[in-house]
Design a protein around this ligand. Sequence first.
Ligand code: FE2
Length: 366
Amino acid sequence: MEQTLLHSTEELLRHLEGIGGRIFLVCGKSAHQLAVCGEVLRRFPVTEFSDFHPNPEFESVRRGIAALRGQNCSCILAIGGGSALDVAKGIRLYAGAGEDFTAGSESVPFTGPLIAVPTTAGSGSEATRFAVLYEQGAKMSLTHEKALPDAAALLPEVLYTLPPLQRRATVLDTICHAVESAWSRRATPESRALAMAALEAVEPHYAAYCAGGNDHAAQMQQGAWLAGRAINLTTTTAGHAMAYKLTTRYGLPHGWAAAICTLEVWRWMLAQPERWQASGLEEALRMLAERLGAAEAAGGAEAFARHTEAMALPRREIPETDAAELARTVNPQRLANFPLPLTGADLEELYRNVIRHQGRREGASA
Ligand SMILES: [Fe+2]
């Protein structure tokens, strides 16, 4: 499905007028501070749903579906960060599934379009068919064609109030999506072109954006969307698989956790040239290295390190003795997309390096 891309509030409002009818608006409470939200509420009949929290539960989706029922809405509009988009995707997928659906139930999707207005630039969720929801604390990853929004509105002004830490973490998330997609086992010429285009969009602008330069917000959104399209084709790999627990257990921002894991995975790969050269990865690693400013594939990880260290975030205390347990928590499905086999011992060693890398960031500016 080709997604419609909208670049201004006016374009979004025209698009909604074209659909007509009542809008089911899924948004966090803070979205009300955004002009686009006010315009939608002023111009259209709206049923609003905000009854969800970060790391949203399936229960929120069930409440959303109850709120949608009988409202005769013609579309679902999600304005917000990852949680709002994930809840909206869940509502879309299970709108007709009855009361007692679970992550394993057959989806019966809402028939109208889903339109996403992301209020951060990094997750790429507006361009993916993935949603993450929780059932009694357990993470459930959904993958469904109908979770991909039919339209995405990239409105630079929604990023203007984001604080520097959040800017840095989300830019790192975009860069990691592009890197991991490029070396994924599932990479295709199309996905690699999207990943490289994402890096090309972000790289000349991220430093100014992270320093508060709002003139560079549009490039961040474009990059996040392109990298989202790339991972929609390939999914992420070892870096994200390892990063997940660093966020849930130690509170590391997702993008920073992904960046420090991806860096160590990259160093590990480059330390074994006979393996990556034999696995057909040379071209992807060379393209990534050159895109990030290194002369050859072997310099890729350190070029990436220079970019990530420029966006260093505050460190967390992580005992090195946790490495073994962390290694056991890694999702094997995600690892299967990584182009080289990783053993439990490899993962443990990688986590130890990640933790030491954290240590080296002591004193890094926030
Ligand atoms: Fe991510």
